[in-house]
Design a protein around this ligand. Structure first.
Ligand code: PEP
Length: 251
């Protein structure tokens, strides 16, 4: 399976900064990359980034993604963005259930599952984030937490589950500079793969990304693990040299 390196720009960027970042990435991307690449950008910049990708041959390997989606198709949901809107703006992916959404916006497992369903219905691939907090890891609850989070998505999406991407993002590793060791990450990825196998005959085609302070120095060892099918990259995706080094580290 081709690995996927997806940047999560979070709430960063400006028209000028986005263009400069993408031009630097374009200059550094040589030939056909070994992996699939995506950038998940703030909603107001989807059109700009799509236009830049279309206009720049060196960026043609990059897919566009959003960072959140409404669980609703349309209607009186002020400020929400629907999956069909993301589709119209050429999004291939949308992140759902990022820990910053779960933590700061109270998103429940059930809501995240509904968001994944709305994305799939519109033909947009949800990147479903799961992961434990530090307290949960220290209490020995890692497996239980990620299985509960993924179970909600499996329950709501049935056989479509083979169409999602999963991102294992230990909350304690996001933006902290602390990374799970390759062995720690692989252990959780193996648990998630087993859970997917029980739900679908096509679990082997579900990409399970690792996210949490992945950088140029640790990418190769993480991406070398059997069940790590790529990375969801926050901070390092905002620096072209770092993002390019992670792409180049894909085995
Ligand atoms: C993220 O926010 O999805 C993430 C992985 O962030 P960082 O790489 O900065 O830890």
């Amino acid at each position: 399976m081709k690995k996927l390196i997806a940047g999560n720009w979070k709430m960063n960027g400006s028209l000028a900064a986005n263009e400069a970042l993408l031009r630097e990435i374009a200059a550094g991307l040589s030939g056909q990359p070994a992996c699939a690449i995506a950038v998940c950008v703030p909603a107001p910049y989807l059109a700009q980034v799509h236009a830049l990708i279309m206009a720049t041959p060196a960026l043609s390997a990059i897919d566009l993604g959003a960072q959140d989606v409404s669980s609703q198709a349309s209607g009186a949901f002020t400020a929400e963005v629907s999956a069909s809107m993301l589709k119209e703006f050429a999004c291939r992916y949308v992140i759902v259930g990022h820990s910053e959404r779960r933590q700061f916006h109270g998103e429940s497992d059930a809501l995240v599952a509904e968001k994944a369903k709305a994305a799939l219905a519109a033909g947009v691939t949800p990147i479903v984030c799961v992961g434990e907090t530090l307290a949960e890891r220290e209490a020995g609850q890692t497996e239980q937490v990620v299985k509960r989070q993924l179970a909600a998505v499996i329950h709501t999406n049935g056989h479509c589950i083979s169409e999602i991407v999963v991102a294992y993002e230990p909350v304690w590793a996001i933006g902290t500079g602390k990374t799970a060791t390759p062995e720690e990450a692989q252990a959780v990825h193996a648990v998630l793969r087993t859970q997917l196998k029980a739900a679908t005959d096509h679990a082997d085609r579900v990409k399970i990304l690792y996210g949490g302070s992945m950088n140029a120095a640790n990418a190769a060892s993480l991406l070398g693990q059997t069940d790590i099918d790529g990375g969801l990259i926050g901070g390092a995706s905002l620096k072209a040299p770092d993002f390019l080094k992670i792409i180049a580290a894909v085995p």
